[in-house]
Design a protein around this ligand. Structure first.
Ligand code: MN
Length: 322
């Protein structure tokens, strides 16, 4: 029997696959049909059984990468609406155990902003998730800002989730090691490079000055950025540069999750840089295929009971209005 943290547990980066959307994934991202895929398509016995076995009360569901980020502009909005409708129906069938982040058809910017509003106001989604770049473009480009404007107006967070980096980047940085270590372009390093870059670019772009109430969630303890915060902030304050309060923006507009990263030293770094109110529990099931070690870790993290409750569910209830 597990010793859980004696409070509800809400895990907020838990994935599923929609057959139609996952059917559009190609190459390295295509479904492979293994144990992970089996879980991604399941909303019933397997998923609930494994939540119960670990003591996870609620999964906030989101599509797996690259979600809707690679759909062509002319069809993205229509397909994503259907994807979100189907997820909303799964959540409605089991509302005590599931909530969700909507997918967003980013290649159609107005369609994406409108779909966010529809998903939040009509379907009850708690926010949206974006996976990596939008067809190879980073989202800080001004043409994407209507998405951030709408998220601020709706007061819902945007979860910036990794996807496979652009092959030009992985070729230069990592090609020599992909054969022996295929995961080096994924969670071992590639995802981190891409998602941290996207987050830094967003801060540099000035979007948070324009939309000061914009809320961004990063998984994986902030993709290394809390550890680097002092250095980034102090470097960007050296002479000869535009004025930018990197630290202030990062600690005001970003929230972090524990997805796929169950480490006390990393946790304590994030608590020291961001404060405990900014940290939310997530597992990254089923890419992390067993929920139990994550919950066991949560039950023994070196923080007070009160702080543990905040991470386990209190902060999620507040940020996601659950
Ligand atoms: Mn994930």
């Amino acid at each position: 029997m597990l010793s859980n943290p004696h409070c509800p547990i809400i895990a907020i980066e838990e994935h599923y696959w929609d057959p139609e959307l996952a059917g559009t994934f190609t190459g390295l991202e295509a479904p492979k049909g293994g144990e992970i895929d089996k879980r991604l398509y399941d909303f019933a016995d397997l998923r609930i059984k494994e939540m119960d076995a670990a003591g996870v009360d609620v999964q906030v569901l989101s599509h797996g990468a690259p979600s809707a980020q690679k759909l062509p502009a002319d069809t993205a909005a229509v397909m994503t609406r259907a994807v979100n409708d189907r997820l909303a129906a799964q959540i409605a069938a089991n509302p005590k155990r599931f909530a969700g982040f909507a997918a967003l058809p980013t290649s159609d910017v107005k369609g994406a902003a409108d779909e966010m509003e529809r998903a939040v106001t009509r379907l009850g989604f708690k926010g949206v998730m974006i996976h990596g770049t939008a067809n190879g473009e980073y989202l800080d480009d001004r043409k994407f800002w209507p998405i951030f404007e709408r998220a601020e107006a709706l007061d819902v967070p945007i979860y910036l989730h990794p996807a496979l980096p652009d092959p030009r980047i992985t070729d230069i940085y990592l090609k020599d090691y992909v054969k022996d270590f295929p995961l080096v372009v994924r969670p071992a390093w590639g995802y981190t490079i891409d998602t941290a870059t996207q987050a830094i670019r967003l801060v540099l772009s000035g979007v948070f000055e324009k939309h000061p109430k914009l809320k961004i969630i990063l998984g994986h303890f902030g993709e290394t950025l809390p550890f680097l915060l002092w250095r980034i902030d102090s470097s960007l304050k050296r002479p000869g540069q535009k004025s930018l309060e990197f630290r202030q923006i990062f600690t005001n507009n970003f929230w972090l999750t524990t997805s796929g990263f169950f480490s006390d030293p990393a946790l304590l770094c994030c608590v020291m840089e961001m404060g405990v109110d900014r940290l939310l529990f997530a597992i990254d099931w089923p890419f992390v295929i067993d929920n139990r070690p994550a919950v066991e870790w949560l039950s023994r993290i070196p923080l007070s009971g009160e702080d543990k409750v905040k991470i386990a569910s209190g902060n999620a209830k507040r940020l996601l209005k659950m």
